[in-house]
Design a protein around this ligand. Structure first.
Ligand code: CP3
Length: 362
């Protein structure tokens, strides 16, 4: 007989999650697939947990609930990535920045930071002490998922975190953080440095406790013009990547920024392994602009999941074909939207996972 038995080859194929192989550029039969915000309010099972546990902080800071919610989409859809249920703001209380996430309103920072003295009060983050439930949950998720998918951790990027704590919550015009950036840049830089050191540590902590890849969300960095991105975001992202690569050279880092079409080339300068595109960039064009070293994630409009099943299928085919073979993680271009029909999500995963002969261009 040639080579090992079928059982052998099966054992080999599950030893490493598809997502990790694809990021590295190994030859894969289909792109791995997961969805940003795949755990959450579009799922009936999540809404039922919300009824019993109305506080977001409780749902995201209790090990059993975090594990249960993270596994909800895993059990139903079997995605290739299982992301920790948490929030980019979760570390804030451990940094002495009290916050809440309020239903219908979103994030609320009780005492927004605006001055030197405010920034001085920010404590550097010690994940083991402040968020032990994150490490415990990741460890349990790794066991549960058992390498059939990659367990994904995530952090907020310094500029995006700063935007929340300076604005006091979500923002439309980002006027308060821009006032700080353009009138007292030193104060903002001091805050960004604290987030940078803390988030690098947090990524290392997540990896040490079971995360197999970590996504950095710089969702609002694209509110900055390119020159300002180069001052207030890029150096800090680069510092995070450099720091993490020193201790965890093989940990894939994924970078997402919403509406990043004007910044794609600059995003690759951070040194991340994967750039996550939103849907305002054509996948083929994005791929060309990013170059072949970096893997790409995305980039279907979350709104597509409100379309017919045929429409969803055609958009998946289009994206997969444009991304080309290898180094692609199929995903949405931003988080899944509340109200998305669960059956359409099921259809999305069915189609995405059924590729064996891909609609790849030759
Ligand atoms: O992807 C996942 O399934 C993991 C869970 C996850 C959440 N937030 C849970 C959550 C992740 C990865 C995040 C990241 C996050 N949080 C980002 C970056 C991604 C992005 O969307 O750009 C940002 C900017 C935040 C901050 C945040 N948290 C906002 C703006 C909101 C309100 C949004 C809303 O629709 O109300 C949250 C709350 C939040 N975080 C929810 C969930 C499921 C919704 C509230 C709830 O379920 O009660």
């Amino acid at each position: 007989a040639v080579g090992g038995t079928v059982a052998d080859s099966k054992a080999v194929s599950v030893a490493e999650p598809l997502l990790l192989k694809a990021v590295r550029g190994d030859d894969v039969d289909r792109p791995p697939v997961w969805l940003m915000r795949q755990a959450g309010r579009y799922m009936k099972s999540y809404q039922m947990i919300c009824e019993k546990h109305p506080s977001f902080r409780e749902r995201s800071e209790n090990v059993d609930l975090v594990v249960e919610i993270s596994l909800q989409p895993w059990k139903v859809f079997k995605p290739d990535g299982v992301i920790l249920f948490s929030d980019i703001l979760t570390p804030l209380s451990g940094m002495n920045i009290p916050f809440d996430i309020v239903k219908g309103k979103g994030p609320v920072i009780f005492d927004p930071l605006r001055t030197d003295a405010d920034v001085d009060k920010v404590r550097e983050f010690d994940p083991k002490e402040s968020v032990p439930y994150v490490g415990e949950a990741l460890t349990i998720l790794r066991k549960e998922v058992n390498n059939e998918a990659a367990v994904l951790g995530f952090v907020g990027a310094p500029f995006t975190l700063a935007s929340y704590v300076v604005e006091g919550g979500s923002s439309k015009h980002f006027s308060k953080i821009k006032r700080l950036a353009f009138s007292q840049p030193k104060v903002l830089h001091a805050l960004l440095q604290k987030f940078t050191t803390s988030m690098a540590k947090y990524i290392q902590y997540q990896a040490d406790n079971g995360a197999q890849a970590v996504q950095i969300f710089d969702s609002w960095a694209t509110e900055l013009s390119p020159v300002d991105f180069e001052e207030f975001s890029l150096p800090y992202l680069k510092q995070i990547v450099d720091t993490v690569k020193q201790t965890h050279p093989d940990l894939p880092l994924i970078l997402y920024a919403s509406g990043s079409g004007g910044l794609l080339e600059r995003l690759t300068l951070t040194g991340v392994d994967v750039v996550s595109l939103d849907w305002t960039v054509d996948m083929a064009e994005g791929r060309r602009r990013l170059g072949s070293d970096v893997a790409v994630q995305g980039n279907i409009d979350p709104g597509v999941l409100f379309g017919s099943k045929e429409f969803i299928t055609s958009r998946i085919n289009d994206t997969v074909r444009k991304a080309g073979r290898g180094k692609h993680i199929l995903n949405l271009g931003h988080g899944i939207v509340v109200g998305t029909p669960e059956e359409n999500v099921a259809h999305f995963f069915e189609v995405a996972k059924a590729f064996s002969v891909l609609p790849f261009s030759e």
